[in-house]
Design a protein around this ligand. Structure first.
Ligand SMILES: [Zn+2]
Length: 385
């Protein structure tokens, strides 16, 4: 069975480093930051005077008007649509604030904290250059791995490790914490879902001791990537703290630390993708608990962040979606740990420390996570998914 479906996807490519050219893109990001701060100031002043908010369409108009003025000649360095995109970001931030989704009103941002600008329309402000044009004969590798993009008359090379499929919607140029520049293409792609049914469903329990336990009692432990790298992290932190702020040595040390953190995150994500695929190989329906991550963090701290359950659930859902499988979340208040999977007796006495317990009603001996996984499967199946 195969059906096609449209999805929004990101393609992410790293630009080749070139100090002279990179400076131009960094300048554009800087311009975007000045626009951001200008409009934040404007919104606040307008609110003080009238008690109202400037809607997006008026900001869009206004930014184009200002852009033509001599005082704001700097803004000419950024494409008009990219300028308007900054307004869109401000509007988005304020809408979140109005809906009480953010902690406070949108803030001013230091230029060094502002990381990207977006060109919201294909071929407006940039062109992908057909790099096959001057291709040497018989040299396939060259064409495959190098892409060229023209932004404001300058050509930039980037590592194109895979071709872009689908229809390009937006392009975002972004600087990461190591100072590298990236291209993010947001694309609408039609993917075909090839479903291979196995007819199996499974319940899974997340835990701190073992990352994942299924209803057959098998366990998958997660390497604790952050804890593994902790020694190196603290060494790098120590080195950084000894450097003079603002010096080149400081910059370099900061970069090394950022690189290490990115490395930890990459390895964790890689592990989680592989695990998600392995689960989807085996099961058609996967039952998991709806986790209360914030509450867990307060209880157990750093270890929860290191295991990154929430990220894994996102990845699992995406992989399952792509492969035509289902992930079902069961109610977070269901006492999966305390219920006896054999006779449904709810044992309130179980604490976090009890790895194993014996049911006082039917005398079944339970291994904590295995029992929970069994319950999650039963609860999911009985909910009629
Ligand atoms: Zn029992």
């Amino acid at each position: 069975m195969a059906n096609t479906i449209k999805v929004r996807k990101n393609y992410q490519y790293c630009l080749y480093r070139c100090d002279k050219k990179d400076e131009k893109l960094r300048h554009k990001i800087f311009v975007a930051s000045t626009i951001w701060n200008h409009f934040i100031a404007l919104q606040r002043r307008y609110y003080r005077m009238t008690g109202k908010y400037i809607p997006l369409h008026r900001m869009n108009k206004h930014v184009l008007k200002l852009r033509k003025m001599k005082r704001f000649a700097l803004w000419q360095d950024l494409h008009s649509q990219a300028c308007q995109d900054v307004c869109r970001r401000i509007d988005k931030a304020y809408q979140r604030f109005f809906k009480r989704l953010s902690k406070g009103r949108p803030k001013f941002k230091r230029a060094s904290k502002y990381k990207s600008f977006t060109l919201p329309q294909k071929d407006k402000g940039y062109q992908l250059v057909d790099y096959n044009r001057n291709k040497p004969k018989g040299d396939d590798k060259w064409t495959r791995e190098r892409g060229i993009i023209r932004i404001d008359g300058t050509h930039y090379k980037f590592v194109q490790h895979r071709p872009i499929q689908g229809e390009i919607k937006t392009l975002t140029v972004k600087q990461d914490s190591m100072g590298r520049l990236w291209l993010f293409f947001s694309v609408i792609e039609t993917i075909s879902i090839k479903q291979v049914s196995t007819g199996k469903s499974g319940g899974f329990d997340f835990g701190l001791k073992t990352f994942l336990t299924d209803d057959e009692g098998r366990a998958w432990s997660s390497p604790q990537f952050f804890t593994q790298g902790l020694r190196k992290t603290s060494t790098l932190h120590r080195r950084l703290s000894r450097k003079v702020q603002g010096s080149n040595h400081h910059k370099r040390a900061k970069c090394a630390l950022a690189k290490h953190s990115a490395d930890v995150a990459n390895r964790r994500r890689d592990f989680q993708y592989k695990l998600a695929h392995r689960l989807c190989d085996e099961y058609d329906i996967i039952y998991i608990e709806d986790l209360n991550i914030e509450g867990m963090k307060q209880l157990w701290g750093r270890k929860v962040s290191d295991l990154a359950f929430a990220q894994f659930v996102d990845i699992l859902e995406w992989v399952a979606f792509k492969r035509g499988k289902k992930v079902m979340k069961i109610d977070r208040w269901y006492p999966s740990t305390q219920t006896c999977s054999a006779c449904d007796f709810v044992n309130q006495q179980i604490t976090l420390r009890d790895r194993e317990w014996c049911c006082p009603e039917c005398k079944t001996h339970h291994q904590r996570d295995h029992n929970a996984a069994k319950n999650i499967k039963t609860a999911g199946a009985s909910a009629g998914y």
